[in-house]
Design a protein around this ligand. Structure first.
Ligand code: FE2
Length: 284
């Protein structure tokens, strides 16, 4: 069974600081970590698709590491526009979370029948994305190295979103990625964050799943060039699961009362009986 949990845009700050003096992003991440640990069966891995911290400094990354420490499965991270890949590589060097080996700051992980390729779309000095020749050459080298169904994880959505302030990067920056993905490969899914809102799209015909943020959401700016509205709430973790050779994806809340609220228990009707009722005339 292949199960990958994605969270994104945690925007952690040094202990005691609130984001914009408003949001306790550490509390959001702490609650999310507890929620992921409740999920059964346990996911194979958790990936945080960038913007781990609000301000790239040692104190913020240390706080981030402290908050994800209780996760009971392997955790991987990749850089967003708020991160500094070089700083991450140095501060996370003693951890298994960011296993980079060169200055593209990209890496590959294979676990339990699937592979994740983590890309680095961070551009120095801008929130806008960048994926230059070295990064694409790395991807092109990695793709044929495994037959496993592959997830490509990247911070910025490699597609037009209809969100004006996100699309300011134009389409040139992901044209190279689109060209690579137009060839032969086993990439089944692209996952990303960055926009602090959820969206599903495609690049070179491959599904792109963009998750909302753990820190806060930015809403109501689709198809209009207006500033987005700020919502100080996290979204649930996203579960990507390999089913019949393809990934199925969706937000996957797992509240602490899942066991008491199961419909067989609240109705007092055994689950097999409930399933028979669902099948109706198609029951064997
Ligand atoms: Fe973000």
């Amino acid at each position: 069974m292949t199960r990958l949990v994605q969270i994104t845009d945690t925007h952690i700050q040094p202990p005691g600081e609130r984001l914009y003096d408003l949001v306790d992003t550490a509390a959001h991440l702490r609650a999310t970590v507890a929620e992921i640990n409740r999920i059964r069966p346990a996911p194979d891995l958790v990936v945080v698709t960038g913007d781990l911290v609000e301000r790239a400094d040692a104190e913020s990354y240390a706080h981030f590491l402290e908050l994800i420490a209780p996760l009971e499965m392997p955790v991987y991270v990749l850089p967003g526009n708020h991160d500094e890949p070089e700083m991450m590589a140095s501060l996370l060097a003693g951890t298994p979370h960011f296993p980079v080996t060169d200055d593209t700051f990209q890496y590959s992980v294979e676990i339990n029948g699937f592979r994740m390729l983590a890309l680095n779309s961070h551009a120095g000095g801008s929130e806008l994305p960048e994926l230059d020749g070295d990064h694409l050459a790395w991807l092109q080298r990695e793709l044929p190295r495994s037959d496993a169904p592959t997830v490509l994880a990247i911070h910025h959505p490699p597609m037009q979103t209809g969100i004006e302030f996100i699309d300011m990067g134009g389409s040139d920056w992901y044209q190279g990625l689109k060209d690579v993905l137009s060839g032969e490969h086993n990439v089944r899914l692209v996952i990303c964050g960055h926009c602090h809102t959820d969206l599903v799209g495609r690049v070179a015909g491959i599904p792109v799943y963009m998750s909302g943020a753990i820190a806060h959401q930015l809403v109501a700016a689709r198809d209009m060039d207006i500033a987005p509205a700020f919502e100080p709430n996290p979204v649930p973790p996203v579960l990507h699961r390999l089913v019949d050779g393809e990934f199925v994806s969706g937000s996957y809340p797992w509240s602490s009362n899942v066991d008491t609220q199961r419909i067989d228990r609240t109705s007092g009707i055994p689950w097999n009986e409930l399933k028979k009722q669902m099948m109706g005339s198609k029951a064997p």
